[in-house]
Structures are given as structure tokens and as C-alpha cells.
Design a protein around this ligand. Structure first.
Ligand code: 3SL
Length: 254
């Protein structure tokens, strides 16, 4: 019987240099709101999402046919962009067949930092089961990378990492303090996650901007089957193995 692959958690991008990622799958997590928005955009028919680090890079796509510029700094839409980073902005057909160029404070930066891994994949509660199945079927050493806030730890990404650990750990070798802590945090918060999130600094930031509904939406599990993966610098929908389709986990306890 082959050894199991490893499943680890990196609690902030600032700690990423401590984790070798060559040959590994890296799950980039920015539950509030970047990786949720990416899942929504792909689910809503965007051809691809190009994550970029700077506003200038994003603006270099301005005026290109079929390209939409989106992103935020400190939660606010960047001047001159079509959209900000609220998942609700990417619904109702506005991104269908289009390319979204997105820059966010933490999420797109984390993606760029993980680019040299075997595969970057995008996670949020919205695609929880689909992502879990995809990770199990890949069966590779996997690092869950929490995007945090400006290299600091945050609650929401850690809770999500803990939820993944809890639901898929039997398929992997999990043996680190960060994974243990993330799972405990998830187990402590899962009965009322929205209430728990009220204690996070990003809740306060987003509440100040009047987008509490974004937070509620970002915590809703399994609204989509899309698993965005990074191919040549662009996020596209991963092919899902047919034999793994269908409900796999009971997420009532999320
Ligand atoms: O930091 C990020 O990548 C964003 O998701 C932050 S915000 O929720 O849009 O403020």
C-alpha cells in the first residue's frame, strides 16, 4: 500500500517560504471574498479569470475586447475598474464568455506566490465538496494556503482550512500543529459560523463598507461544482472525474 500524501496548512502567505511547494497542489483560500468571487465568476460562465498582483497590471488590459477589470484595495472598488470584489457583482450574465482580470489585496497575491507549485487550485465554502473530491482524486501532497490579511493570520481562511482538514483528513497524512489548530477552530465555530466570524477583523472591515450580505453569501457551502485551477497564469474550470460526481459529504454541519 503506497504512503499517503501529506496535507498541511500554511496560516499566512508570510509563512509560505517555510513550505516547499514544488510538486505540490496548493489550495489558495480567501473566503472573504476573493476566492469566493473567482468561483462565482467561473460558475457564471467567465471564460477565465486572470489574477494579477497590481492595479497597474490590471489596467494594462483596459479597453481589450471581452476583458473586464475588477478588484479592490481595502475592500473598496478600484477607481476606473468595472467591478469591485463582491461576488454579487459577477452574477446575472455579466461575465459570460468574458475574461475577468482581477487584483485583490491578499487573494490574488497569494495565488502569484504559489504559481511555481505543481498546481494552484481555488477554494471557498461555495465549492467545498467539489474541491474536496478534486483534492482526493488528485492524491498529491497538498498545502492549504490561507491568504490572511497583509501577511497576518485571519480567522475565516483558517476555519475553512480546518473544515477541509476535518472532511478529507482520512485520505491524507496530516501531522502538523497548524492543521490541528485549524481543525479545532472549525469544530468550535461550525454550529454558527456567521456569529463566529463577527469576531474577525475582516468582518468589521466589510461591515463598515455595508456588505454584510457578502459575508453571509461567502459562508454558504456547496453552491457550485466548479473547481478553478491555474493554467498558464489563468484560472479555468478543472475537469472533474465523472466517477466522483455527486454528493460526497454531508455538509449539514458546516
Ligand atoms: O484581500 C482580498 O483578496 C480580498 O478578498 C479582500 S476584500 O474582501 O475584497 O476586502
Amino acid at each position: 500500500m503506497p504512503d499517503k500524501s501529506t496535507l498541511e496548512v500554511c496560516l499566512t502567505p508570510g509563512l509560505l517560504p517555510l513550505y516547499p511547494i514544488t510538486g505540490k497542489v496548493v489550495v489558495v483560500i480567501d473566503v472573504l471574498r476573493a476566492t469566493t468571487t473567482m468561483c462565482v465568476a467561473i460558475d457564471q460562465g467567465a471564460d477565465k479569470v486572470i489574477p494579477v498582483e497590481t492595479i497597474e497590471e490590471c489596467l494594462s488590459y483596459k479597453g481589450k475586447e471581452g476583458y473586464i477589470l475588477a478588484g479592490e484595495r481595502n475592500g473598496r472598488k478600484v477607481e476606473g475598474f468595472h467591478f469591485g470584489n463582491s461576488p454579487f457583482e459577477f452574477m446575472n450574465g455579466v461575465v459570460k464568455g468574458k475574461t475577468l482580470v482581477l487584483t485583490t489585496t491578499n487573494g490574488t497575491r497569494a495565488i502569484k506566490m504559489a504559481e511555481h507549485s505543481h498546481q494552484v487550485v481555488i477554494g471557498g465554502f461555495l465549492n467545498f465538496s467539489a474541491l474536496s473530491k478534486w483534492l482526493i482524486s488528485e492524491g498529491r501532497d497538498t498545502l492549504l494556503l490561507c491568504s490572511g490579511w497583509r501577511d497576518k493570520f485571519n480567522l475565516e481562511d483558517t476555519v475553512f482550512a480546518g473544515a477541509l482538514i476535518h472532511h478529507i483528513k482520512e485520505y491524507f497524512l496530516v501531522d502538523s500543529d497548524s492543521a490541528f489548530a485549524a481543525e479545532k477552530l472549525y469544530l468550535n465555530s461550525r454550529r454558527n459560523m456567521f456569529h463566529f466570524m463577527k469576531q474577525s477583523s475582516h468582518y468589521r472591515r466589510l461591515a463598515h463598507l455595508g456588505v454584510i450580505n457578502d459575508i453571509k453569501y461567502c459562508l454558504r457551502p456547496d453552491l457550485t461544482d466548479v473547481v478553478p485551477v491555474l493554467k498558464n497564469g489563468e484560472l479555468v474550470r478543472a475537469d472533474i472525474r465523472k466517477d466522483l460526481e455527486g454528493e460526497f459529504f454531508s455538509l449539514n454541519d458546516l
